[in-house]
Ligand binder design. Structure first.
Ligand SMILES: NC(=O)c1ccc[n+]([C@@H]2O[C@H](COP(=O)([O-])OP(=O)(O)OC[C@H]3O[C@@H](n4cnc5c(N)ncnc54)[C@H](OP(=O)(O)O)[C@@H]3O)[C@@H](O)[C@H]2O)c1
Length: 265
């Protein structure tokens, strides 16, 4: 039922990184569940188009917050813009990666990645989870990745940030599962979004990328049932089998895969 999610979690969902890719599909699919959506990202024009689309199709309310999340006052600004709205769902989705040799990748870009991918989800979750605890309902999703399941040479900082997201989600799931709050880590594999161009990935071989709407559909379906979920059978087999090989072997294998993502690495 469309309005079940409002009853189940609360009136509004916040989606970070809502201007493209997985975030835009979270906006669409949460709106189809009847939730009002607060979209957060830097590109307001793109969020505006998505907001108009869901307002027309789903008869929900939206609010746009144009915010660079790596700015030190970002979470305070969001808290002020949100005001006293009942936040039932938080999707910690904004993030980027950078493929390349660690010492050659720009230092600031990598440190800002850690801020965006790790610090911001902690700060936003801390800001919005307490009212959920008081109401005894709510949900938080953290975007992890198949890169979270082992060290990934040439994607080392990004993979480490995604391990952080996965372990944060699973830990918080254990803390809040008896208080009515559904927390989940979502691990997409290679998914067709703007992510690859920002990460300088030039992949022209291998299986077709997943569709972002399918990844989001899995997350929506599994929320409340599992502490974490990986999209795709091959990705599940890869993450599971990495438990049974020495960690060095696993890292070497993922390094070889990353080299295929950018010839010349
Ligand atoms: N696509 C994949 O293959 C894949 C695989 C595993 C995990 N993931 C994860 O999925 C999440 C979403 O990525 P995506 O694939 O949908 O990529 P995407 O299309 O590049 O989307 C990234 C989103 O993050 C926002 N963002 C980036 N920097 C920001 C900043 N400083 N402040 C505010 N917003 C910012 C972008 O919006 P603006 O540019 O408008 O600010 C955009 O909406 C990421 O956490 C990524 O690690 C993706």
């Amino acid at each position: 039922m469309k309005n079940d999610w409002k009853k189940r979690y609360g009136d509004w969902a916040i989606v970070t990184g809502a201007s493209s890719g997985l975030g835009a599909d979270f906006v669409r699919q949460l709106a189809r569940k009847g939730m009002n959506i607060i979209l957060v990202a830097r590109r307001v024009d793109m969020m505006n188009a998505i907001a108009e689309e869901v307002e027309n199709e789903c008869n929900v309310k939206t609010q746009l917050i144009g915010q660079d999340l790596i700015e030190s006052d970002a979470v305070d600004n969001i808290r002020k813009e949100v005001g006293d709205k009942e936040i039932g769902v938080l999707i910690n989705n904004a993030g980027y990666g950078a493929l390349g040799k660690f010492h050659e990748n720009d230092y600031d870009y990598q440190v800002e990645m850690v801020t965006l991918n790790c610090v911001v989800p902690v700060a936003l979750t801390h800001a919005f989870i307490e009212p959920m605890v008081k109401r005894g309902k709510g949900a938080v999703i953290f975007l992890a990745s198949t890169a979270a399941y082992q060290g990934v040479p040439f994607f080392s900082v990004y993979a480490a940030t995604k391990s952080f997201n996965l372990f944060l989600a699973e830990g918080l799931w254990g803390e809040y599962r008896k208080q009515g709050i559904d927390i989940m880590g979502l691990s997409p594999g290679y998914t067709a979004t703007e992510f690859q161009s920002h990460a300088h990935i030039k992949r022209n071989k291998g299986p077709a990328p997943a569709k972002s709407e399918d990844v989001v559909e899995l997350a929506i379906r599994k929320l409340g049932k599992r502490p974490s979920v990986i999209h795709g059978i091959i990705n599940n087999i890869g993450a599971f089998s990495s438990r049974f090989v020495p960690r060095g072997t696993s890292a070497k294998l993922s390094g070889a895969i990353m080299k295929m993502m950018r010839p010349g690495l």
